[in-house]
Ligand binder design. Sequence first.
Ligand SMILES: Nc1ncnc2c1ncn2[C@@H]1O[C@H](COP(=O)(O)OP(=O)(O)OP(=O)(O)O)[C@@H](O)[C@H]1O
Ligand SMILES: [Mg+2]
Length: 270
Amino acid sequence: MPQPVLSLENLLFRWPDQVGACLDIAEFSVVADEQVFIHGESGSGKSTLLNLIAGVLTPQQGNITALGQPLSALSAAARDRFRVDHIGLIFQQFNLIPYLSVLDNVLLPCRFSARRSQRAGDPKQAAATLLQHLDLDAGLWQRKATQLSVGQQQRVAAARALIGRPEIVIADEPTSALDAARQTAFLDLLRRECAAANAALLFVSHDLRLADGFGRQIEMSQINRVAGFSPPPAGEGPGEREPGVFQRSGSIDRLALSPTLPQRGREEKS
Ligand SMILES: Nc1ncnc2c1ncn2[C@@H]1O[C@H](COP(=O)(O)OP(=O)(O)OP(=O)(O)O)[C@@H](O)[C@H]1O
Ligand SMILES: [Mg+2]
């Protein structure tokens, strides 16, 4: 039986202003190379789950172990380091640094992580290879990230997630801004690159048409015991935060390598 690269055990997470839990997961694990498609209705906790796995949020109870490392044993700064060393992230909003070129955005994980840099071999060459594989013309590489189309930015974000072969790649609705043909092409590339790098892929999407070809497909209600978790009424702002739940640290550039907190968290941060 292959060792899991990721395992969750008795995990309980509640947003501070919520009465009930958002996530109650007895067990969930992913092995190396596995490609898991996660779906579920809006508000079922998919993004929250990815933020916990990435170590951006911390659960009130339970354990998350990634590559044998219990995340709860790490300080917030050490979790940032662990994330940049081992986890590639692609999010709907991409989090590209607007003032950096395409190439420098892709190289960012290697700037922050000696491990990613070393695993990339020659980082510039690795970035070039990934960008070529992702069908991004060399004529675009020196442009500022914001001077690209949405679909092109998405592929830059994928190259950045993949550089230096992180063991775990997490993607939260990364195709939602693409048309159907581009969605399939992007997904094929992402899955192929993850397989080539032996990375486990956790891919979240509403769109079940994209699930074909994934080794495992999971509906949130299959792993989350919270039944009918419902959001608070629209317009009701988040309440006082408990200390220790949002433990984000690091420079702005490094935060660009973190997922964006689910919607209401973002409002609070801005
Ligand atoms: N920062 C926050 N503070 C309080 N509650 C939050 C926060 N972010 C999300 N939630 C709540 O947690 C629940 C799960 O949200 P989450 O964003 O994880 O869902 P999701 O499955 O990713 O939804 P979607 O498919 O719409 O992206 C929702 O009810 C949401 O209102
Ligand atoms: Mg979401």
